[in-house]
Write a protein that binds this ligand. Structure first.
Ligand code: PEP
Ligand code: MG
Length: 838
């Protein structure tokens, strides 16, 4: 006599049964809800996780008693019901209870072929999943002799007849499913999806709704919202099984369709009934569900219902529609959309329904997807754009001189670099899809080929697709989905703006960036990097003239020619931002970056400057630095070559007066980079004040401006108190601050970052996810000391971290006023900020 547990080993699902997600799993709970909605769910019994655990420990429940719930002869299915649907679970086993007697009965009622097919499917399933016999021996298609051959093989392999007792079959199926849940692969898979170590499984035994027989019979799935677009439309399939004659299976469209017969036409009543169930689920389960159903002679059974699997764009559309229909609150709609997923909506995406020929994988550095022809140089990219041919710039890594090539390309792929490499930062700013650090490929610039794993070779002109959302490089042109900046998207983000309590600005350097920032409704520009403005052909030469000037006067002459260009840049930014704050950062990079790096470049420069080559070479050597990122850059230039900042300040103020005369009043914000001492700020501020006074007099205009400091060195964070005495705002540049806190080059760390993360030295790439323990502590210290000295000082973050939900949570908790991030991350930031406020 077998011993049985003394707890309730199973419970039949009824409207009032005690069923919980924690004990019986999500599917049991969901089915009970369907039963409460009066949907025709076949009789179902739920085994709680204690019972399933006991089974694994060798203690089977009383299967006779369990079988008795379904009567003397039955056919049932067994399904898994874990606590969370994401955690997987062993596959469903159908037709348990099938034996010779049932076969005979079904032959009478449904015909021999149908009975054979059902029995064969069960024997195959049982043999491979329960008795663990070799699947190769049980793969025959239904047909004459297939059933008897499967039964004979079973007998030969196990030395016993196929089990005829439904209770025993049921017991064995339960045991095999309970054990499968404990298998190593299943464990690892669910843990990867966030399941706890002790994640439990419930099991469901449900009377089969066969979907065969005379009249309209079959089975299918039906959903009422499109999983890719979120649009309200009916999709799914229905497989009708007409028995008696040949056991043919006919697939019907659900709704009327010019291509063939549909369920809607075959049986408007069944169709309407199913539609009604879909509406009931939506209203009462407050979710778009896919229902699994069977029809037997026109009678509908609902076997199961699962949440419609959906893309990000569908998630937004569905959440907004549910809220607008009064089914869920706005807050709940906001919480139902994962902020990061929004970036998927802002760009073209590879259509998940199409084919993918992936040949390499790298860091997903900037989201979106694009198809184009391979080019290996910025010049080739520009030539391609001039021919109106979309191209993908493929480089080992990019440098400032590649910017124009990046502008011309539709996507960027680099062999080296990480999330804050030049390519990644610029691409995110431009909204260009980018894969960085793609170590799978190797680029031979001389031969103009890119080699990929498996000996694949791609040449200049070959078409590839860069999927910057998941870091995959695909051969050829992939099918695409368009961006979805529709009403649903805007509505959701307005709801987010109403609840969030931290500001979101954009980092924008160009008119195009600024327009994107406006389109995504950023609350101003938090960082306009001005150095990018000097790489255009005409300006580069002037910059070089300025750098090579022998005297302050010569320098001033070159700068005077740059002034109107800068002023025009700023007027455009102010105009586009229409009175919203615009924070302009003064010149930051080492002058070294503006020098030519090869002989050819030096020769061209000598020609342009009309100087001897030897002199140009000597000056370049004199200006070159061993460690330019820690050398003559940022405020150090402001102190030692003050004419550059003078020119920029004048351009900003003149532009502000000009723009204010035309439109909304502009209060420009001027920001000093790479500060490490309060005295640097004092010196620069004195000169900027003088420029402001001069512009006021010359232009007979009144204006104010706000001066700010970038906190990018550990010392600036520590001395934020005295620095804040000279500054209206402090903006943490967490890219440089991370680089300097770790002593880790932001341009080179990509080479070993994956090793470091894999070995658990760093939990995450700190250039990607803010290191709250180290860099974060400097942020807290800096913010506290800054506010302590000057309570009205504005505090923000403008490094790449500004768009990361985790960093936003940190900054919000630390009382920061706003974050500033790439324009394309503004929507994610707006929604993430709302999540934290809810
Ligand atoms: C920073 O260092 O975080 C920053 C915003 O400036 P940049 O990336 O231009 O150095
Ligand atoms: Mg910086």
């Amino acid at each position: 006599m077998q011993k049985h547990a003394n707890f309730a080993e199973f419970v039949e699902l009824t409207p009032s049964a005690q069923v919980s997600v924690a004990r019986h799993g999500w599917r049991a709970k969901c089915l009970q809800r369907l039963i409460r909605l009066d949907l025709p769910v076949p009789q179902t019994v739920a085994l709680p996780s204690e019972t399933v655990r006991a089974i694994v420990a060798g203690q089977l429940p009383d299967t006779e008693k369990l079988a008795a719930v379904f009567g003397p002869d039955f056919l049932v299915s067994v399904r898994s019901s874990p606590e969370n649907p994401e955690w997987g679970g062993p596959g469903t086993v159908l037709n348990v209870g099938m034996n010779d007697a049932m076969h005979a009965r079904l032959t009478d009622s449904h015909g021999r072929e149908a009975a054979d097919a059902l029995y064969l499917r069960f024997v195959q399933n049982y043999a491979t999943h329960v008795a663990r016999l070799d699947p190769d021996m049980f793969h025959d298609e239904p047909g004459p002799g297939a059933l008897s051959s499967a039964l004979a093989t079973y007998r030969a392999e196990t030395d016993e007849d196929f089990p005829q007792s439904p209770a025993r079959q049921l017991g064995e199926v339960l045991r095999s499913m309970a054990r499968a849940w404990e298998g190593t692969t299943a464990r690892l898979l669910r843990q990867a999806k966030g399941a706890p170590l002790e994640a439990a499984l419930g099991l469901l035994v449900q009377r089969m709704a066969l979907g065969i027989g005379p009249g309209l019979s079959g089975s299918g799935t039906m959903q009422f919202a499109d999983g890719v677009t979120g649009a309200r439309r009916i999709t799914g399939r229905f497989r009708g099984q007409s028995q008696g004659r040949k056991a043919s299976v006919e697939t019907l469209y659900l709704t009327r369709d010019p291509r063939g017969a549909s369920l809607e036409e075959a049986s408007p009543e069944v169709f309407a009934e199913l539609q009604g169930y879909g509406l009931a689920c939506r209203a009462k389960l407050r979710e778009e569900m896919q229902i699994e159903f069977a029809v037997e002679g026109g009678r509908v059974s609902v076997i199961d219902a699962v949440r419609v699997v959906r893309s990000a764009r569908a998630a937004v559309k569905i959440a907004v529609a549910l809220s607008q229909d009064g089914i869920i609150s706005r807050e709940e709609a906001l919480l139902r959309v994962e902020p990061r997923a929004l970036s998927e909506l802002l760009h073209y995406q590879v259509d998940p329904r199409g084919a993918r020929d992936r040949f390499a994988r790298g860091i997903a550095a900037s989201p979106g997807a694009a198809t184009g022809r391979i080019v290996f140089t910025a010049a080739a990219a520009q030539a391609s754009a001039a021919r109106d041919e979309p191209c993908i710039l493929v480089r080992r890594e990019t440098a400032p001189e590649d910017i124009r090539g990046m502008h011309a390309a539709v996507a960027v792929l680099t062999e080296r670099g990480g999330m804050t490499s030049h390519a990644a930062v610029i691409a995110r700013g431009l909204g260009l899809p980018c894969i960085a650090g793609c170590a799978d490929i190797s680029i031979d610039t001389r031969e103009r080929v890119m080699r990929a794993p498996g000996g694949r070779i791609f040449r200049e002109g070959d078409v590839i697709t860069v999927d910057g959302t998941n870091g995959e490089v695909l051969a050829g042109a992939a099918e695409m989905l368009e961006p979805a900046l529709d009403d649903g998207f805007r509505t959701l983000l307005h709801w987010a703006d109403n609840v969030r309590d931290i500001g979101v600005r954009a980092n924008a350097d160009t008119p195009e960036d600024a327009r994107t920032a406006r389109m995504f409704e950023a609350e101003g520009i938090g960082l306009a990097r001005t150095e990018h403005m000097f790489f255009d052909e005409d300006r580069l030469t002037l910059m070089r003239e300025m750098i090579f000037a022998d005297t302050p006067n010569d320098r001033r002459i070159a700068l005077e020619r740059l002034l109107p260009m800068q002023r025009a840049d700023f007027i455009t930014l102010f105009d586009i931002m229409a009175g919203q704050p615009v924070c302009i950062r003064l010149f930051d990079p080492p002058l070294h970056e503006f020098l030519p790096h090869d002989r050819e470049g030096m020769r061209e420069l000598a020609e342009a400057l009309d100087r001897p080559l030897s002199e140009v070479t000597r000056r370049c050597e004199a200006l070159s630095e061993f460690n330019p990122m820690l050398g003559m850059r940022g405020v150090r230039l402001g102190v030692t070559v003050p004419e550059i900042y003078d020119m920029q300040a004048r351009a900003i103020f003149e532009a502000a007066v000009e723009a204010s005369r035309r439109g909304a009043q502009v209060v420009p914000e001027v920001m000093i980079p790479l500060v490490s001492a309060a005295r640097e700020v004092e010196i620069v501020k004195t000169r900027i004040d003088a420029v402001a006074a001069a512009v006021r007099t010359e232009m007979k205009a009144e204006f104010t401006y706000r001066l700010g400091v970038m906190v990018e060195t550990p010392r600036a964070a520590l001395r934020a108190g005295e620095i804040a005495e000279h500054a209206h705002f402090l903006s943490f540049g967490t890219n440089d601050l991370t680089q300097m806190t770790y002593g880790l080059s932001r341009d080179d760390a990509g080479r070993f970052m994956s090793t470091y993360v894999n070995q658990g030295v760093f939990a995450e790439d700190p250039f990607h996810i803010l290191d709250v323990e180290g860099v974060g502590e400097l942020l807290l210290i800096g913010a506290a000391r800054g506010k302590g000295a000057r309570p009205d000082v504005t505090i923000s973050v403008c490094g790449e971290h500004g768009g990361n939900p985790e960093s936003i949570a940190f900054c919000r908790a630390a009382g920061f006023d706003y974050v500033s991030c790439s324009p394309f991350r503004v929507p994610v930031a707006r929604l993430a900020a709302a999540h934290f406020a809810l």
